[in-house]
Write a protein that binds this ligand. Structure first.
Ligand SMILES: [Fe+2]
Ligand SMILES: [Fe+2]
Length: 153
């Protein structure tokens, strides 16, 4: 992969990570479940770490990070601002599962193209964290559906 393409790809992740920080912060504010609220705050912090490590990787390539336009809104065909307010817990889980899956999947794709070990370490660590976030939301959704099925909520 040439440097120009690599930078374009890293700026895409930079934008996605920034949007995920905003999304989790908004969800954190909107949530009235104490535990989920804390998890969302933790996730926003992890995504902030991703923003920082992608930013650092871009700078190490001699460039400055720049946003590439909207990413999350178009995935759902809605303005981003609408996504942060349309929760329902199940909606929240579904949106986050889809985004974390997309992030993990796209990190894996880039990992297969990159040779630099330092950058690979960053990308692999980020993708593992996205994968774990995804699993957490999948499990929460499963438990919620189980409770609904049993008529507990
Ligand atoms: Fe992330
Ligand atoms: Fe994540």
């Amino acid at each position: 992969m040439n440097k120009k393409l690599l930078l374009a790809s890293l700026n895409w992740f930079y934008t996605l990570e920034l949007e995920q920080v905003t999304l989790y912060e908004e969800q954190h504010r909107a949530s009235n479940d104490d535990y989920i609220k804390e998890v969302l705050k933790h996730l926003a912090d992890v995504e902030k770490g991703h923003v920082e490590n992608i930013k650092k990787s871009i700078r190490e390539l001699g460039s400055e990070p720049s946003r590439v336009g909207e990413i999350i809104g178009p995935i759902f065909g809605k303005p981003f601002s609408e996504l942060t307010t349309m929760f329902g817990t199940v909606n929240l889980f579904n949106i986050n599962i889809l985004l974390e899956s997309r992030a993990a999947h796209d990190y894996y794709k880039l990992i297969n193209e990159v040779k630099d070990q330092g950058l690979l370490d960053v990308l692999i660590r980020n993708s593992i964290e996205e994968d774990m976030h995804r699993s957490w939301f999948v499990e929460q959704k499963r438990q919620l559906n189980k409770k609904k099925f049993k008529g507990q909520i």
